[in-house]
Write a protein that binds this ligand. Structure first.
Ligand SMILES: Cc1cc2nc3c(=O)[nH]c(=O)nc-3n(C[C@H](O)[C@H](O)[C@H](O)COP(=O)(O)OP(=O)(O)OC[C@H]3O[C@@H](n4cnc5c(N)ncnc54)[C@H](O)[C@@H]3O)c2cc1C
Length: 574
């Protein structure tokens, strides 16, 4: 079946919905989403969206920009960060005008709270910058945007799974997706495609990411010849619930919660004397691993405590209701009275599909765009987060760059006709499905995925070195061999989740390979990428972005310079 639209957005999280909403006045717009839109991961974001509104104390977008660049370990492109921090402010007011129920100050303004790495006067101390709706900020953003999209006649194709993106004459011509309800393959012929398919945290065992975050859009782009940028940088969030990885928002520490080791010590005093528990996530996660390695985990085990007991019932009930409820539900612990077991949890892909500041997908270090192909949100890398993202900056990124991509696409669809649909456009997608469908081997998808997640956690997580990464390279080869021998028992066409999980696993395997090869290549430590065999940041050789291409000979690399405008790289102290 072939559909024809001016623009197709893949993904209905914050980035996809913001793009759809901004494109909808300019043409016929379809959104394809494998999840029902309001189930997208954006809806789980708790802590808030960062913008220098200055509602609680003095603040400026320049300070926000400085913090973001320093937080990124100087790998972020500063032109893109400037746009992010300037446009954050109008974006938050726009959400407010669409009806988003922000938490308020006594005077009725949008309330703001501190978050990791956000400071006043270029690093002098924490600043209240995160705008929030209790600890349900993402939920409110998603509901608000979805209502606006429905009001503006966006067409939704819910539970359609992207399989391929179509290229013709160097242009993007559309996308191919599988309808979950029927098993049919649909081709979407479009002048512009915007990928907003989110992250890929499911490559790790302990993760805050929902099951659907398997990096499908990134893997599709990679197979279509687009490089992936900076995939070696994967963020671990300090406070996942022990063993489960379910996130306890940084908002908890923003409201005053502290991390403690087995002696009860507030160990962040030793690692970040100024910002303490609100240092950036890469530093706090590494400090936690060090405490555990040196035997100061709770009972000598691999977890630490998040202490909320001193915050008082009022703060917990009004500002952190979800955090406290999660602790009760998943651990059976009363956070008002007891400390909570936490460990770092795989959280956010800094890397992704490379784009310019207008959301256009680019294919090389000269920023050459693919006409009609756009990406935004966690699937994309613009790059505003560099080697380490600050909390609250993803929600800004998805909205600011979702909108910018849409604005550029709006003029593109006005000025251009449809690229001709390639003949037998859905061949590659059909082939992918038919390769998997009669799969009659002995290997189970679940078992391979378990092995992948355990091994990635062991060998390619917070600390890495050449030895662990080479071992992971071999493990991936074995897992790919096993993947070629999988068994799919469900031969049905309706809601064949076994088939979908197999497709998703294939994507995770491809992306893990890119992560491992990129991490092996980068012989320095920067942000979330910590090489024990190269423990220093090396600005002379490595102040550059990785672009990884999938070729017949494996992963090949090119490198792109970092754009530096206002802030020269400095030592990172907090
Ligand atoms: C628990 C948690 C809490 C967080 N809290 C915060 C916070 O407080 N502040 C902050 O700034 N950031 C936070 N983050 C990060 C932030 O929420 C995400 O990075 C961001 O919401 C991603 O938005 P997105 O629109 O790019 O993708 P998502 O919201 O993940 O949406 C992806 C969309 O793509 C669709 N999709 C995926 N694959 C396919 C496919 N194959 N075919 C069709 N559709 C597909 C999905 O259906 C979905 O609609 C948090 C993240 C987590 C996991």
């Amino acid at each position: 079946m072939v559909h024809k639209y001016d623009a197709v957005i893949v993904g209905a999280g914050g980035a996809g919905l913001m793009a759809a909403l901004n494109l909808s006045p300019h043409g016929r717009v379809a959104v394809i989403s494998k999840l029902y839109p309001t189930r997208s991961h954006t809806g789980t974001a708790q802590g808030g969206i960062g913008a220098a509104l200055g509602n609680m104390e003095e603040d400026h977008w320049e300070w926000h920009m400085f913090d973001t660049v320093k937080g990124s370990d100087y790998l972020a492109d500063q032109d893109a960060v400037e746009i992010l921090c300037r446009e954050a402010i109008e974006t938050v007011y726009e959400l407010e005008h669409w009806g988003l129920p922000f938490s308020r100050t006594a005077e009725g303004r949008i309330a703001q709270r501190p978050f990791g790495g956000h400071t006043k006067e270029y690093g002098k101390g924490p600043v209240r910058r995160s705008c929030y709706a209790a600890d349900r900020t993402g939920h409110m953003i998603l509901q608000t945007l979805y209502q606006q999209c429905i009001k503006n006649q966006v067409h939704f194709f819910d539970e359609y799974h992207l399989l391929d993106v179509l290229m013709a004459d160097g242009r993007c011509a559309g996308a191919v997706a599988l309808c979950l309800a029927t098993g049919e393959i649909h081709t979407f012929h479009a002048k512009a495609v915007l990928d907003a398919t989110g992250g890929c945290g499911r490559m790790f065992r302990v993760t805050s990411n929902a099951h659907a975050l398997t990096g499908d859009g990134m893997a599709v782009a990679l197979r279509a010849g687009v490089p992936l940028e900076d995939m070696e940088f994967f963020q671990f969030h300090p406070t996942g619930i022990y063993k489960m990885g379910i996130l306890l928002s940084e908002a908890a520490r923003g409201e005053g919660a502290v991390l403690r080791n087995r002696t009860g010590e507030r160990f962040m005093e030793r690692y970040a004397p100024t910002l303490l528990d609100l240092a950036p996530r890469d530093m706090v996660s590494r400090a936690m691993y060090r405490e555990i390695r040196e035997g100061r985990g709770i009972d000598g085990k691999n977890y630490l405590h998040l202490d909320l007991t001193h915050l008082g019932a009022d703060v917990l009930d009004k500002k952190l209701p979800d955090v406290t409820e999660f602790v009760r539900t998943y651990l059976g612990i009363e956070p008002k009275k007891e400390r909570v077991p936490v460990q770092p949890t795989a959280h956010y892909a800094m890397g992704g599909i490379p784009t310019d500041a207008n959301g256009r997908v680019i294919v090389d270090e000269a920023n050459t765009p693919v006409a009609g192909y756009y990406a935004a949100g966690e699937a994309a890398c613009v790059s505003v987060h560099g080697a380490n993202r600050l909390g609250t900056n993803s929600l800004v990124d998805i909205l600011v760059y979702g909108r910018r991509g849409a604005r550029h696409a709006a003029s593109f669809i006005k000025e251009n006709d449809w690229a001709p649909l390639p003949e037998r456009a859905d061949d590659r997608a059909r082939e992918q499905v038919s390769r998997l469908m009669p799969a009659n081997g002995k290997e189970r998808v679940g078992a391979i995925r378990d092995a992948l997640q355990d091994e990635m956690m062991e060998k390619a997580a917070v600390f890495r070195d050449a030895q662990t990464l080479r071992a992971m390279r071999e493990t991936l080869q074995e897992l790919r061999d096993r993947y070629a021998r999988i068994k799919i028992e469900d031969r049905g066409t309706k809601y064949n989740t076994e088939l979908l999980e197999a497709i998703e696993l294939g994507n995770l395997l491809d992306l893990s390979e890119v992560l491992v090869e990129s991490a092996l290549g980068r012989q320095e430590s920067r942000g979330a990428h910590w090489r024990e065999d190269f423990p220093q940041r090396d600005d002379i050789n490595w102040l550059k972005h990785t672009l990884a291409y999938k070729t017949a000979n494996g992963i090949e690399f090119r490198f792109k310079p970092v754009t530096i405008t206002r802030f020269q790289p400095m030592e990172r102290k907090y």
